[in-house]
Write a protein that binds this ligand. Structure first.
Ligand code: 6PG
Length: 489
């Protein structure tokens, strides 16, 4: 073990412990610190035994044990605990030392902390870490942002412990970790990752409900369907675990998944993504619907009552089951493309708003392995932005355009069948609606502008005049010619 540790890690919950073990297995020396020292002792005597890991029983001991510039990674609950630890650490640190927050922090907090610590000469990195406990141990996806001056110092550890994907020669050498951008950019990218995770999960759930309710598929049959889908463009971690979930039996031999209460939890990152999209004026409809789908699932008692009185149509399906399953696969793929297209538009808008130089292809690569949304599909997104870094919407990339157009009829068939049978498909239908909205040259917003001008003199632009010229009509003859100011939020 080296005299001085390469990095200190605060917070010995499962993610923290696993990250330490991962770092030690890659040859780094790590100091472990936790508010209660008995946890550190237990760790040192247990999983950490015989490895290049030392413990610290005080903040002073932690700081003293580290090589310069000191690197301290916080794996504590997002919010106040992060501020509390920063406050404890700062008096013991020197200029140029680095604090890294690896939690699911809301990006405005990372914006604030980067600035506050910069004023004290300390570098702050807000790093999104994805992949759950197994990822933390074997190779997570890491999305660091903040003080770029600190990147050369932390790069070796971060890229060393991250997941790796194949290079041109098929060797697993490309790290799923790269510098994302200034201030809270790393946590912003992680937030969008989680929003996309919500969308992907909800789409899979809608496919499941359709196959179960409309086609009457059993858990074993669903296992087979997801196993087959995982061999297609849908190949991904979430499809893979879904396949395995359907095969998992409860003690009585029934499928465990069918014995789980249908109320979803959420820790807030999907909501943040939706709220940010509203703030930035980006139509992130699929993730929004995925968050709301969790909200409506949580109203279990009310739904049970409503189900008694609000009767829908009886399930009626006469088509070819196999063909419909393939339609669902295509609808899922097309909807997933829409979800990523929307997420990337959010990135583009955030880059403008916050003056971040986001590398869209690199983000896709960071998500290609290690994280919860890892999938083969992300390689195609990387290629799309390599071909055209200014691509305004993924739907305009030739591969994604062709895939969506090829899936279009199946997609309409699936959403139509779901609606006719009264099966809710908020994300599949939101994706199709976005697709139709995006490809419609003339939307009915002309009427909307007329309504706004009618009741509030909010003005409108004309089809026969240049953009930026605003007109007001005295629609009733009772209003004046005075228009209200023309501004948009
Ligand atoms: C990851 C996950 C993780 C997230 C959980 C729970 O990338 O490893 O996104 O960060 O906390 O998935 O999120 P919800 O409780 O909101 O579903």
């Amino acid at each position: 073990m080296k005299d001085k540790s390469d990095i200190g890690l605060v917070g010995l919950a499962v993610m923290g412990e696993n990250l330490i073990l991962n770092m030690a297995s890659k040859g780094f020396t790590v100091t472990a610190y936790n508010r209660s020292y008995d946890k550190v002792e237990r760790f040192l005597k247990g999983r950490a035994e015989g490895q290049s890991i030392r413990g610290a029983d005080s903040i002073e001991a932690l700081v003293d044990s580290l090589a310069s510039p000191r690197q301290i990674m916080l794996m504590v609950k997002a919010g106040q605990p992060v501020d509390d630890f920063i406050e404890l650490l700062v008096p013991h640190l020197d200029a140029g030392d680095i604090i890294i927050d690896g939690g699911n922090t809301h990006y405005p907090d990372s914006n604030r902390r980067t600035e506050q610590l910069h004023a004290k000469g300390i570098y702050y990195i807000g790093a999104g870490v994805s992949g759950g406990e197994e990822g933390a141990l074997k190779g997570p996806s890491i999305m660091p942002g903040g003080a770029v001056e600190a990147w050369p110092a932390v790069k070796a550890i971060f890229q060393g412990i991250s997941a790796k994907v194949a290079d041109d020669k098929g060797q697993l050498t490309v790290p799923c970790c790269d510098w994302v951008g200034d201030a809270g950019a790393g946590h912003f990218v992680k937030m969008v990752h989680n929003g996309i995770e919500y969308g992907d999960m909800q789409l899979i759930c809608e496919a499941y409900q359709l196959m179960k309710e409309v086609l009457g598929l059993s858990a074993d049959e669903l296992h087979d369907v997801f196993a087959t889908w995982n061999e297609t463009e849908l190949d991904s971690y979430l499809i893979e675990i879904t396949r395995d979930i359907f095969a998992y039996k409860d003690q009585d031999g029934s499928a465990l998944v069918e014995n789980i209460l249908d109320t979803a939890g959420q820790k807030g990152t999907g909501k943040w993504t939706g709220v940010t999209a509203l703030d930035l004026g980006v139509p992130l409809t699929l993730i929004g619907e995925a968050v709301f789908a969790r909200c409506i699932s949580a109203q279990k008692a009310e739904r049970v009552e409503a189900a008694k009185v609000l009767k829908g149509p009886a399930i009626h399906f006469t088509g070819d089951k196999k063909a419909f399953i393939d339609d669902i696969r295509k609808a899922l793929l097309a909807s997933k493309i829409v979800s990523y297209a929307q997420g990337y538009v959010l990135f583009q808008q955030a880059a403008k708003e916050f003056d971040w130089n986001l590398n869209y292809g690199a983000i896709a690569l960071m998500w290609r392995g290690g994280c919860i949304i890892r999938s083969a599909f992300l390689g195609k997104i990387k290629e799309a932005f390599d071909d055209n870094p200014e691509l305004p919407n993924l739907l305009l990339n030739p591969y994604f355009k062709d895939t969506v157009l090829d899936a279009q009829q199946s997609w309409r068939n699936v959403v139509g069948t779901a609606v006719a049978n009264g099966v809710p498909v908020p994300c599949l239908s939101a994706a199709l609606t976005y697709f139709d909205g995006y490809r419609t040259e003339r939307l009915p917003a002309n009427l909307l502008q007329a309504q706004r001008d009618f009741f509030g003199a909010h003005t409108y632009e004309r089809t026969d005049k240049p953009r930026g010229e605003f007109f007001h009509t005295n629609w009733t003859g009772r209003g004046g010619d005075t228009a209200s100011t023309t501004y948009n939020v």
